[in-house]
Every structure is written in structure tokens, then in C-alpha cells.
Write a protein that binds this ligand. Structure first.
Ligand SMILES: *[C@@H]1O[C@H](CO)[C@@H](O)[C@H](O)[C@H]1NC(C)=O
Length: 457
């Protein structure tokens, strides 16, 4: 005979079994037709679609050879092997990396501006980070595809290098890809620049750094950048980064990257720079500002890039620029321009506010250069007006059916989500929400991932 306790257990098991059987029976006795999947709920169509982008350098795309292009201004022509010609004696010529994911008109603009300002094309490396594999090299994409890039035009005609990443990389991963190229080619240092900038040499002269273009001793942006590199190496055994116009152009010491473990790919976009710069400082590597030329960030491209070669700038002609993703036209009266003091001082800082009147007013070369810098000033103001800064990334939305097609709006939204995730990872890594790890905290290099959050609620 089971005792009282055992009876209880038996009874309990019996009750549970009955309940279970009843439940199962009710489920299977009346066979239910599974609900058919519902039709997808589509988002409304965008109420504004930017117009197709136009070729902003027809001269380049119809060129049969490099000789079909206009010459670059002769005062900016780089000296052969300038890096180890006295007074410079750098062991190797530094590469300049420019990462590209989307918006070809802007990429062409930055590349052409560096070349016409005197950067040797053979030292420029466009890093094609599109994820479209060989599609661009094989000419399979159309201009309206956000990832479009013309390899032939860049390599055969402009003479720059194009390196294709094996897969679409985040910003932090691309930085580490630069580093991997530096190891591969034995480059102890390298420059990198953003693709949404325009660069000019100080052709009007710049206090203490270079006289105007027609005077002996004139130095292009390339010469001044090499001098900054030389200075860093000679004067600072722990130089890490050198910034030109914020980080629009940056110079990197490979040793500093190696010592700090390079960029944290777990923080893929924004904040990853805060993380990198802080870790460099924590390990005693220096970060300093330098100047070499005028470098402006923009969200638009010149309508015709041959103007950077000073073509067609005679008389009253002012260069025009085109936003690849213009804002939806606003009803009149709704426009508000953020032309505040901050913007003004930024223009000042970037050397964009050049005097309208000058003793050399009549010098046609100087007038043309000034028109170009003035236009980049307008482009800068346009970018920093009432719209978001990275709107240019959404301009090209075609290319459906082409290999490795990815919807432009989807890419933009996905990157936003990854950016936000990266911010959270940064917060957890340092227990701190803001960029100011140096100055705002007492954190040390080895404190990463070892600390709790330093804010409440
Ligand atoms: C790419 O540029 C070359 C000239 O450099 C031109 O012949 C070719 O048509 C261009 N391709 C496209 C798709 O624009």
C-alpha cells in the first residue's frame, strides 16, 4: 500500500496527465487550417526622389589616354620622388588612401582635387569598399547604382590605384584594412582622407608656410604634407596621428597602430574615432594638428570637374555644384539657413574666407583658384545648412538587377542601426557615454571592458 505521501504524488501525476491529454485532444480533435501568411505591408513610396545623377567629368570619361586630360597647373606638378629629394629624406613615399563606398561624383571630385593640387596620382589609393566584388572592375554597374565606380577612368586615365576590399567593410574595418595594406607594402606610415572633401593647395600663399604660387619656394599641399611627416618623424619618437583640417586628411604611424591594437571593429562607425584617439593618447602616442592646404568637407560635387584643371573659368563664369541628393523643394518661407557664428568661425578656421579684393586681382591664375575655393566655401555652407550632413549618400538609388544590388535606403538605415549598436558597445567598453575619455575620465588603456558605467539612471 502506498503511504499518504506516495498517494499524493500518484494523484498529482494523474491530474497533470489528464489536463495534458485534454489539452492535446482539444488541439487535434478539431483540425484547424493554418492561417495563410498575410501579404507584406509595404512602406509608403517616398514623397521625394532625387533626380538621377549626371556625369560630372565628361572629359575624363571620353578620354582615350591620360594625354586627353588638361595638364594640372604647372606650379602644382609634383617633383619626381619628392619624398627623398633634399631637404626631405623619407624612406618611402607615403600612400594616400581614400575609402569609397558610394556616390561616384564625390569620389571623382576628391581624387581630382588632390591631383590638381599636386598630390602624385601614383601615390593615391582609392579603396573600393562597395561589396560588389568584381562588378566595377568588369564594368557591370551603371552610374545610377550607388556603388558605381569607373576603374578605367581612375586607373588608366587619372593614374591612381584602385584596391577592392574583399567584402563590404565598416569604417573601423576599413581603417584596419588600410593598416593591412601598410604591412603588405611595407609602408611605415600612410595618409588617409575622407571621400566627401575637396582639397586645394595654398596657391594664394599662407602665412609662414608658403608664398603664393608664382613665387620661388612655393609649396603644394603634397610638399607641405611631406614636410609635416618629416617633422613628426624627426621631432617626436612617439608620434601617432597628424590631422589636417580636423581629420579630413590624416597621417598615421603604423607603429602606433600596432602598439594599440588598431581600430576596434566592434565599434563600427561613430565613436570608433573617440575610442581610437583615446587609446593612442593613453599609450602616450601624440596626436597633433598640422596644416598643408585648404581641405573642406562637402556634400555636393562640382558640375564639371575639369574646372579643377582651371578649364572654362574665364570671365564671369562661376563654378556650379550639384548635390547628388538635393532636398525636397520646400514651400517658400519655410527655409531657414543656419548661418550662425559657429559656421562663420569654421569657415575662418578652414581658410575658406579669402579676401575678395587683392593686389593680384588681375592675375588670371589667382582669380581662377579663388573662384574654386569660393565655390568650395559655398559647398561647405550648403552641407552645414539646415539639412543632415550625410545626405549625399542617398542620391543614387538605381541599379536594380545589377550584380550585388542593395537598396540604397536599406543600406543607409542598416548602417544607422549598426552605428547605434557601436555607440552602445563603446558605452559598455568604457563605462562612459561621451567622447572625452581623455580629460573627462581617469581611464587607462587596460581599463577597457573592466569598468562599470560612470553615470546613474
Ligand atoms: C569609364 O571611363 C572610360 C574612360 O576612362 C570610358 O571609356 C568608359 O565609357 C567609362 N565607363 C562608364 C560606364 O562610364
Amino acid at each position: 500500500m502506498p503511504n499518504r505521501r506516495q498517494s499524493f504524488i500518484i494523484l498529482g501525476c494523474f491530474v497533470i496527465s489528464v489536463v495534458f491529454l485534454l489539452a492535446a485532444a482539444s488541439k487535434y480533435s478539431t483540425p484547424r487550417v493554418p492561417e495563410p501568411p498575410r501579404p507584406p505591408k509595404y512602406k509608403p513610396n517616398p514623397d521625394w526622389v532625387p533626380p538621377p545623377v549626371k556625369d560630372n567629368f565628361p572629359l575624363l570619361h571620353s578620354a582615350a589616354s591620360p594625354d586627353s586630360l588638361p595638364p594640372i597647373p604647372k606650379w602644382n606638378v609634383p617633383i619626381h620622388n619628392a619624398h627623398n629629394t633634399t631637404p626631405l629624406n623619407l624612406p618611402v613615399a607615403p600612400p594616400l588612401f581614400i575609402g569609397f563606398t558610394r556616390t561616384y561624383p564625390l569620389l571623382l571630385q576628391v581624387v581630382t582635387s588632390y591631383i590638381t593640387a599636386g598630390w602624385p596620382p601614383s601615390q593615391i589609393y582609392v579603396i573600393e569598399n562597395t561589396g560588389v566584388q568584381q562588378s566595377n572592375a568588369r564594368g557591370l554597374l551603371s552610374l545610377q547604382n550607388q556603388f558605381f565606380l569607373n576603374h578605367t577612368a581612375l586607373t588608366r586615365i587619372l593614374g591612381v590605384n584602385v584596391v577592392t576590399t574583399p567584402t563590404l567593410l565598416s569604417f573601423a574595418q576599413m581603417q584596419n584594412f588600410f593598416l593591412s595594406l601598410a604591412y603588405q607594402h611595407d609602408w611605415p606610415y600612410y595618409f588617409w582622407s575622407h571621400m566627401d572633401v575637396v582639397a586645394f593647395s595654398y596657391e594664394g600663399g599662407h602665412g609662414g608656410m608658403t608664398p603664393p604660387y608664382h613665387d620661388p619656394g612655393y609649396k603644394s599641399i603634397y610638399t607641405l604634407a611631406l614636410e609635416a611627416l618629416q617633422r613628426a618623424r624627426n621631432e617626436d619618437s612617439k608620434w601617432g596621428f597628424r590631422f589636417f583640417a580636423y581629420d579630413h586628411l590624416s597621417l598615421v604611424n603604423r607603429d602606433a597602430m600596432e602598439d594599440t591594437g588598431a581600430w576596434d571593429v566592434m565599434v563600427p562607425y561613430y565613436m570608433t574615432d573617440c575610442d581610437m584617439h583615446s587609446r593612442l593618447s593613453m599609450k602616450g602616442w601624440s596626436i597633433k594638428d598640422e596644416r598643408a592646404g585648404i581641405i573642406t568637407d562637402v556634400a555636393s560635387a562640382l558640375a564639371d570637374l575639369s574646372m579643377l584643371y582651371r578649364v572654362g573659368l574665364e570671365g564671369d563664369v562661376q563654378p556650379e555644384f550639384v548635390d547628388p541628393n538635393p532636398a525636397k523643394p520646400q514651400p517658400p518661407g519655410k527655409k531657414h539657413n543656419k548661418r550662425n557664428e559657429a559656421l562663420e568661425s569654421e569657415r575662418e578656421r578652414r581658410g575658406l574666407k579669402i579676401e575678395d579684393r587683392n593686389a593680384e586681382e588681375d592675375d588670371p591664375n589667382w582669380v581662377k583658384w579663388r573662384k574654386l575655393v569660393h565655390t568650395s566655401d559655398l559647398q561647405f555652407q550648403h552641407k552645414h545648412s539646415d539639412r543632415g550632413r550625410n545626405t549625399w549618400q542617398l542620391g543614387q538609388h538605381g541599379g536594380k538587377g545589377e550584380p550585388f544590388y542593395y537598396p540604397a535606403a536599406g543600406l543607409a538605415e542598416a548602417i544607422e542601426v549598426m552605428t547605434e549598436t557601436g555607440r552602445e558597445i563603446y558605452r559598455r567598453k568604457w563605462g562612459h557615454r561621451d567622447c572625452d575619455l581623455i580629460g573627462g575620465t581617469l581611464l587607462k588603456f587596460d581599463d577597457a571592458w573592466m569598468v562599470r558605467k560612470d553615470w546613474s539612471r
